[in-house]
Design a protein around this ligand. Structure first.
Ligand code: B1M
Length: 210
């Protein structure tokens, strides 16, 4: 088994010690952070999701796998930010109310920081009022909304309506597994991205930086 396969397994098992050791080994072997992300970490979460859907594992197993994934991201983040560029703008981001999934959102934060943005991360389960208050305080160029559940994506529309009612005109981008470009257009988001890297390109192009 190579280091990426072993890392994927340790994430699935939720072993923090093995995960820390294996991410470090992969980096020491010279494997690029993006490869570690795609071929071990994100792959592991996909397998976990499939097993959950099939009833082979339950919420506690998903939770410990997610904890291991976030630990791995903490180690990768400084490496990914090593060559980051001068600040270009400000992103305010959160996972919307009712939704506790934060890994995709955390990845978007890392990619934006790497592209030179200041990032204000409101975390998960964020209410409209919190987005509005933070937007008034921080005056972001872009507001990012993440949602992983079909039961919570509609809350994104409430956030956009709340922001606009309060005169906040920052560009709003949305993403998360159940989100589609059609849905983004329907709720008047300024854009949709299906992964963290394209979310950065989208933000830059909305600000005329790309
Ligand atoms: Co949950 N969960 N979960 N879960 N979970 C999913 C999402 C699910 C697809 C699993 C499944 O059934 N196969 C399913 C949703 C079904 C649906 O709605 N269609 C599901 C369910 C049902 C649930 C519960 C309801 C289970 C229950 O309680 N019975 C429950 C809900 C809790 C709640 O939120 N209120 C629940 C709970 C949890 C945990 C808390 C245990 C844990 C999350 C812990 C955490 O995040 N800290 C968890 C996990 C880990 C998952 C899976 C396995 C992995 C999610 C993940 O991190 N993926 C997931 C299955 C799956 O995704 N295959 C599943 C990796 C991550 C990198 O991808 O977040 O998609 P993702 O982000 C991507 C893109 O979507 C995009 O970029 C990222 C990649 O670069 N992106 C953006 C994301 N946000 C973006 C924002 C942008 C742009 C792009 O712009 C702003």
């Amino acid at each position: 088994m190579n280091v990426l396969e072993a890392l994927s397994e340790s994430i699935q098992k939720g072993s923090l010690t093995d995960t820390v050791g294996l991410v470090t080994s992969a980096l020491n072997e010279g494997i690029a952070p993006q490869i570690i992300l795609d071929e071990a970490l994100i792959k592991a979460m996909g397998i976990i999701g499939d097993k959950f859907k099939e009833g082979e594992i339950f919420v506690p197993e998903m939770l410990i796998a997610a904890r291991a994934m976030n630990k791995a991201l903490q180690i990768l983040e400084p490496v990914m930010l090593k060559n980051s560029v001068k600040a270009k703008g400000r992103l305010l981001i959160g996972t919307v109310q009712g939704d506790l999934h934060d890994i995709g959102k955390n990845l978007v934060c890392i990619m934006y920081k790497g592209a030179g943005f200041n990032v204000i991360d409101l975390g998960a389960n964020v209410a409209v009022e919190t987005f509005v208050a933070a937007a008034k305080e921080h005056k972001p160029d872009i507001i990012g909304l993440s949602s992983l559940l079909t039961t919570t994506i509609n809350y994104m529309q409430l956030v956009i309506e709340g922001l606009r009612k309060n005169g906040i005109l920052s560009k709003v981008i949305i993403g998360g597994a159940p989100v589609t470009p059609e849905f983004a257009a329907k709720i008047n988001a300024d854009g949709y991205a299906d992964n963290a890297a394209t979310a950065v390109n989208l933000g830059k192009s909305l600000l005329g930086l790309a």
